[in-house]
Write a protein that binds this ligand. Sequence first.
Ligand SMILES: Cc1cc2nc3c(=O)[nH]c(=O)nc-3n(C[C@H](O)[C@H](O)[C@H](O)COP(=O)(O)O)c2cc1C
Length: 314
Amino acid sequence: MAPDNKYGLLLANPVMTASGTFGYGTEYSHMFDIQKLGAIVCKGTTLEPRDGNPQPRLAETACGLLNSIGLQNIGVKAVIKEKAPVWASWRVPVIVNIAGETIEDYAQLAGELDGIAGISGIEVNISCPNVNAGGAEFGANPHSAAAVTAAVRAATSLPVLVKLTPNTSDIVKVAMAVAEAGADAISLINTLKGMAIDITTRRPLLGNITGGLSGPAIKPVALYMVYEVARAVKIPVVGCGGITTTGDAIEFIMAGASAIQVGSVSFTNPSAPLDVIEGIKQFMKQENVEDIDDLIGAARHQKFASGGRGNGAN
Ligand SMILES: Cc1cc2nc3c(=O)[nH]c(=O)nc-3n(C[C@H](O)[C@H](O)[C@H](O)COP(=O)(O)O)c2cc1C
């Protein structure tokens, strides 16, 4: 995040793990040197522990994964008591992803996490239903997205990343509202709504009927949204969605992301985030690029890449 921002968070490298795909980091510490990561974003955290949605909660699709975990997590008190002391001994910064049902929930979560050793930032998951607005996602419209952001900003001195949902009609407007409301950075995208049906039982495959789609299937959508958001806001953008290879990560950086998150691929290859770090280093060497800033938004600096009319299709 911008070094001149008083809430800034400086990363050793631009590769983070995406929330919900890397647990609390502790689960992976015996597998490889997780201290080499740029940052770890932990599982979505709520005020109270949650059991999550009915099984089954995962379904594989062509080039993607559907999940309806339902924010199963240990709750903020256990995060502070059991996880933060471990994180405090790590070099890699840990960002806590938070989720709420009301604006007050988010503010309370941010307040409780403020000043806790081992917690370097907050990522606000606004893909959650607002119980006071008929269950519409906070992130679906600019007003509720800004209200959550402002409440979190007021409750903490930690860096605040706001994570956008793609399930909205105008993600750029939401991004601009969130930036205006005091976010230090924006991460995007969360999962796209989807479903799958078992044709033998004639029933939806997921216990929750619908779920969120992630993985390579969503990469072009995520990349497009990062490209659009990065040119509309001045704060740093963290790209996420289907990043599986070094090439994917570099595409997001060239679209304007200052950092990226590796998500679903960690389920099949837990060391994928480290492979991407190494890959970026190699790419920079090959291309004689000394400063990653020279790659950020590079695709926007080309003569014919600044716009595009309509949706470009047909
Ligand atoms: C099983 C699973 C659980 C997730 N849990 C969360 C979560 O708790 N909070 C959140 O903001 N995003 C969550 N996500 C979304 C991911 O962080 C990420 O935004 C999304 O999966 C797209 O990236 P990917 O295609 O690389 O997985 C989850 C994704 C998956 C697959």
